[in-house]
Design a protein around this ligand. Structure first.
Ligand code: 5AD
Ligand code: SF4
Length: 472
């Protein structure tokens, strides 16, 4: 048993990250050991976690498992968890009760937890103490050992717990069972070294480790050959790509080279304002296949709160960058993340955030109430602001965010936009759906044959979170 350790997770070493290939770790003898068995996986959290689940699914299917959507019937139940806020935690603990009932009826079911919550010392201690029916706990750096855990569990060995707290290697040639045939996530870096004071990610995902650009470009080339139309370059802080490598190859170089592969659409998330260089902006502006869409978390508009959050920029610096992006990248859409109710946020601090929202008129935003995460500096700060005040601020903020989302969409009315059609519309199965270059969801009157292609769509109606249109 190897449990997570918060002290270890905090450490950063200067050791060079080792690179291994999945083929060299993968024990071919385990192929098919779970033939005839089924698995159910539930994924919480961000795209990084969704992408990890694509990796987990591919590994399980190599072992012989087949995916099913009814948890009660599965032989293996896996929760890929998120630790970013308390409500993500609560959802998982709520789910554990359902798993207990299943295990009482079907003893041979294997139940496991992985992802960011599995990296948290307090969580794993609680699971081991109160939820002893969980058979498998593995961390974000231990996914490639999954075949061995399953082998051991199928041989009725005791529960498997393996969580490396120190960051793992970079594993190349990882298999993925991708959710889409048209758009794909591509990890360009793992971990984060920014240590914003509220954030658990540097502890759950480890030190920043950039993949070598040759490996990234090869993956994009292969996706393009398979017919993928869009890639999203993924990392907790993609603008810092390459800073941990010696070759002086930076995010702007990567964007430019990915653009040269000729894949039709390129996106990247998430950007930290601190590392957004002029060279990056230039490349985004000049390469037509890099989409004019930037997610640029603000977090707060108050300099005092930004400083306490450890964000390394001021309100003025954020605004300067924002306006530069708007000026240099034609038709760019910018979205953001905002936290309200950081410890001791005053009404004046909150007003500063509202002022930035009024000035930037974001295309949309994810807004959150601050949630203290064990082990982070902000969780140790004394906080005198009541939850009622925080909720009321969130409501006031959302009202403005929604207003500007609708305004941003209204500018599209009557215009023709390019949409990558991904599938049948969830709301109306006579329509198809997809996203514009600027990441607006559009439900389109068009034949199902357009799925997987980029088509011209005239926008006929706009709402707060989506638009309607028809093929032209
Ligand atoms: N409390 C509330 N929101 C948080 N986020 C990250 N950590 C916390 C926290 N402790 C938000 C940030 C980040 C987004 C992914 O989640 O806004 O950008
Ligand atoms: Fe993703 Fe962060 Fe949640 Fe982990 S904690 S799943 S990295 S959002």
């Amino acid at each position: 048993m190897l449990k997570p350790n918060l002290k270890e997770a905090r450490k950063r070493t200067t050791e060079e990250t080792k690179i291994e290939t999945f083929d060299s770790i993968w024990n071919m003898q385990l192929k098919g050991i779970a033939k005839g068995k089924t698995y159910f996986i539930k994924t919480y959290g961000c795209q990084m976690n969704e992408h990890d689940s694509e990796n987990i699914k591919a590994i399980l299917e190599e072992l012989g498992y087949k995916e099913i959507s009814i948890m009660e019937e599965a032989d293996l139940i896996l929760l890929n968890t998120c630790a970013i806020r308390e409500n993500a935690h609560n959802k998982v603990f709520g789910f554990l009760g359902r798993i207990k009932n299943i295990k009482e009826k079907r003893k041979n079911v294997i139940a496991g937890i992985c992802g960011c919550m599995a990296q948290e010392e307090v969580v794993v201690d609680e699971i081991l103490e109160k939820y002893s029916y969980i058979d498998l706990i593995f961390g974000t750096h231990n996914i490639h050992h999954l075949p061995q855990f399953i082998y051991n569990l199928l041989r009725k060995e005791e529960s498997q717990v393996e969580v490396y707290s120190k960051e793992g290697e970079i594993i190349e040639n990882i298999p993925f069972k991708r959710d889409s045939k048209y758009k794909a996530w591509v990890n360009i870096m793992l971990g984060c070294d920014k240590f914003c004071t509220y954030c658990i990610v540097p502890y759950t995902r480890g030190k920043q480790r950039s993949r070598k650009h040759e490996a990234i470009l090869k993956e994009v080339e292969e996706l393009k050959e398979k017919g993928y139309k869009e890639v999203t370059l993924l990392g907790q802080n993609v603008n810092a790509y390459g800073k941990d490598l010696e070759d002086n190859y930076k995010m702007e170089d990567l964007l430019f080279d990915v653009s040269k592969t000729g894949i039709e659409r390129i996106r990247f998330v998430t950007s930290h304002p601190w590392d957004f260089t002029d060279q990056m902006i230039e490349v985004i502006a000049k390469c037509k296949n890099i989409m004019p869409y930037i997610h640029l978390p603000l977090q707060s508009g108050s300099d005092s709160i930004l400083q306490q959050m450890g964000r390394r920029y001021t309100k003025a610096q954020y605004l300067t960058l924002f306006h530069k992006l708007k000026e240099k990248i034609p038709n760019v859409s910018i979205t953001t993340d905002i936290i309200v109710g950081f410890p001791n946020e005053t009404e004046e601090d909150f007003q500063e955030t509202l002022q930035v929202v009024e000035e930037c008129k974001f295309d949309s935003a994810f807004t959150f109430i601050f949630s203290p995460r064990v082990g982070t500096p902000a969780a140790r700060m004394e906080d005198t602001v009541s939850i009622e005040v925080k909720e009321e601020r969130l409501q006031r903020l959302n009202e403005r965010i929604n207003y500007y989302s609708k305004c941003a969409n209204e500018a599209y009315l009557g215009k023709t936009v390019q949409v990558l059609i991904e599938g049948v519309s969830e709301k109306d199965d006579t329509k198809v759906m997809g996203y514009t270059e600027t990441m607006k969801l559009v439900n389109v009157k068009a034949s199902k044959e357009t799925i997987g292609t980029i088509i011209d769509v005239k926008v006929t109606e706009v709402k707060t979170w989506s638009m309607d249109g028809e093929e032209v």
